[in-house]
Ligand binder design. Structure first.
Ligand code: IPE
Ligand code: IPE
Ligand code: MG
Length: 229
């Protein structure tokens, strides 16, 4: 196989769990369970293909408006995910970071996230950012307020340095599954020049083959960043 241009940083909007379950006459939470099972598979495959940083959108600041039962199920799945990941991250040399406002999570979820982040802090391999209670607009407002508090100048660079994602924060490619053509408040600042890839495939069905399709498409894109190429 010829060498293809691999994106350094990929963001994924993991959408379509609810519809995946509905198609099977199952509750939406069943789709979330399937979706969470898919996270590990795609993470492993993406890193295997040379992606260095992955940022996964797991729960937006707007997702709190869903029925309590669904929100509780999602929080429960996240807890399980981090518990399972603590040992694995260390073994795989992956650094795990949660981006978003963590203060509102249950003490238990906050603890497993902290344990996972602490256990993987010194890992030097891949970076896995998980966006939970994350909103791109809120992130920009927070960054600007931090700068004002510190008496710093507001510049493109200083805002960038005060976002949740600092180093290598700008995704080369953003993939959205589930057939919607929008960003839904994901990486609003960092995504200014990201290549966007939309697929109708629902997140639980997004497998290695679908990942390769997205990477192949990325390899064909001509990134000009406003210049001429
Ligand atoms: C994405 O799947 C997961 C989250 C937003 C937490 P959805 O739950 O949005 O699934 P659809 O879009 O309703 O199918
Ligand atoms: C975006 O999906 C958020 C995540 C995938 C976590 P949504 O399902 O919340 O987005 P909208 O409501 O269709 O824009
Ligand atoms: Mg959705």
């Amino acid at each position: 196989m010829a060498e293809i241009k691999i994106p350094n940083h990929v963001g994924i909007i993991m959408d379509g769990n609810g519809r995946w379950a509905k198609l099977r006459n199952r509750p939406r939470t069943f789709g979330h369970k399937k979706g969470s099972d898919n996270v590990d598979r795609i993470t492993t495959e993406a890193f295997k293909r040379g992606v260095k940083t992955l940022t996964l959108y797991a729960f937006s600041t707007e997702n709190w408006s869903r029925p309590k039962e669904e929100v509780d199920a999602l929080m429960g799945l996240l807890e399980k995910y981090f518990l399972k990941f603590i040992g694995k991250a260390v073994k795989k040399n992956v650094r795990v970071c949660v981006i978003g406002d963590k203060k509102v999570f249950s003490p238990k979820l906050q603890k497993v996230i902290k344990d996972c982040e602490d256990a993987s802090k010194k890992n030097t391999g891949n970076v896995l950012n998980i966006a939970i209670n994350y909103g791109g607009r809120q992130e920009i407002v927070r960054a600007v307020n931090n700068l004002i508090k510190k008496g710093k100048k507001i510049t493109v660079e200083s805002i960038s340095e005060n976002l949740y994602t600092t180093k290598n924060g700008e995704p080369d490619l953003i993939i959205r599954t589930g057939g919607e053509y929008r960003l839904s408040n994901f990486l609003m600042y960092q995504g200014a020049y990201s290549e966007l890839y939309f697929t109708d495939v629902l997140w639980p069905d997004f497998d290695e083959k679908e990942l390769d399709k997205a990477l192949d498409e990325y390899a064909k894109r001509n990134r000009r960043f406003g210049g001429v190429k």
